[in-house]
Design a protein around this ligand. Structure first.
Ligand SMILES: Cc1ncc(COP(=O)(O)O)c(C=O)c1O
Length: 387
């Protein structure tokens, strides 16, 4: 059997894979086992933010591997403390809980919100308001937090205590906060899996105001948008929000699994010994990689993100076969005439890797994608849309 046959035979069928087997990669170019090079506009779904084979990240990870690869959370390890300090200083927050994925970081945020509410408001204040069309992960609690019925249907009963508000419906949000004892509002600034839709400044202001009025925590899910992709370090900064918990994962690890729940002042001491934990959370190799990533997200890189974003939006808005471009920074969605999967397969045949989100094409290039590759890829996308 060749690799795709072996995979289909032995790997659970949870992914509708494209017909491409990776052989190697450098930066924004992927070499397939078919000998072709592909321009990567997906970055492993917003993970490889400095592309494949990033030298600085490889050096940081290798150096830590040469020292020790893992120690339990019963001991101290420098990369863990150093990455936590960096995350806190860059967000003006207080402490970090390390996990291994976005879903786990969100589980932590949910647990922190419930425990905080129990201690400060009463045990019945357990409900968490999330947004319709949101996506927060695949564990049972984060699935329940996800405001899309299609993800819920095969997995009943899901954990209770989640209420769903519609972006733009202030009255509806207030009614939920007023009529149910709630702990928090959880949100993405750009709903990625929900169709690459930014929530907008007005809705961000509404959530902040409702949270203040009803004494709710704000939990910002920055798993996909965070770590520079928005054009700011985190997307909530674009809207001037003041979240109590920020969750991050994907890009933070640069390709190794990591998740983090960054805790603000109000919740800094909610977690105590024994109240939460993870065997691999804060793995020193992943944290060493994270330090290398985070230390390079500076104003120059962010300016580059905004410039590349403006270029894509300018080139693709109004192009033949493209109805609209949505999103923020280098997390962009193309509403196209063709079915999204058909478009993505066509782009692959022409040498460009893209992902889909609902009926849209989702672009998540590396934050440092060279302009000449981006220009080439954008032209191919135009050709695909027009064909
Ligand atoms: C906004 C958001 N939250 C959470 C998750 C879940 O992250 P993970 O797949 O690392 O568990 C994702 C994954 O796509 C996401 O986009």
């Amino acid at each position: 059997m060749n690799i795709s046959e072996l995979d289909r035979r032995y790997v659970a069928h949870t992914y509708n894979r494209f017909p491409l087997e990776f052989e190697s990669g450098k930066g924004s170019l992927v070499r397939g086992t078919d000998g072709r090079d592909y321009i990567d506009l997906g970055s492993g779904i917003a993970v490889n933010i400095f592309g494949l084979g990033d030298d600085a990240w490889k050096a940081a990870v290798t150096k830590q591997l040469d020292s020790f690869q893992h120690c339990s959370n019963l001991y101290y390890a420098a990369p863990v403390a150093n990455l936590a300090q960096m995350l806190c200083e860059k967000t003006c927050m207080e402490r970090v809980f390390f996990a291994n994925s976005g879903a786990e970081a969100n589980e932590c945020a949910i647990k922190v919100a419930r425990k905080w509410a129990q201690e400060h408001k009463g045990a019945e204040y357990c409900n968490i308001i999330t947004l319709k069309q949101s996506f927060h992960g695949r564990t049972l609690a984060t699935l329940a937090a996800t405001g899309q019925k299609m993800y819920h249907q095969d997995y009943q009963p899901l954990p209770g205590g989640f209420l769903y508000a519609q972006v733009g419906d202030r009255e509806g949000l207030e009614a939920l906060a007023r009529e149910h004892p709630c702990a928090a509002i959880m949100f993405e600034c750009v709903q990625g899996e929900g169709g690459v839709m930014p929530i907008g400044q007005e809705w961000a202001d509404t959530m902040q105001a409702v949270a203040e009025k009803y004494d709710l925590l704000l939990l910002a899910d920055e798993v996909q948008l965070g770590n520079g992709r928005s054009g700011q370090l985190y997307g909530y900064m674009e809207y001037g929000l003041q979240p109590d918990v920020v969750t991050t994962a994907k890009g933070l690890g640069g390709g190794l699994p990591i998740g983090a729940a960054i805790l603000g002042k109000r919740v800094a001491d909610v977690l105590q010994p024994g109240s939460h934990g993870s065997t691999f959370g804060g793995n020193p190799v992943c944290c060493a990689g994270g330090i290398s990533i985070l230390s390079r997200i500076d104003e120059e890189l962010l300016r580059g993100v905004r410039e590349r974003s403006a270029y894509i939006v300018r080139e693709l808005s109004g192009a033949k076969g493209i109805h609209s471009v949505s999103g923020m920074g280098l997390m962009l969605g193309l509403e196209i005439e063709k079915p999204a999967r058909e478009f993505a397969e066509l782009a692959l045949r022409k040498g460009v890797l893209v992902t889909t989100a609902k009926q849209k094409i989702r672009l998540l290039p590396a934050l440092n994608i060279p302009m000449n590759l981006l220009e080439k890829a954008v032209q191919i996308l135009k050709d695909c849309a027009a064909e």
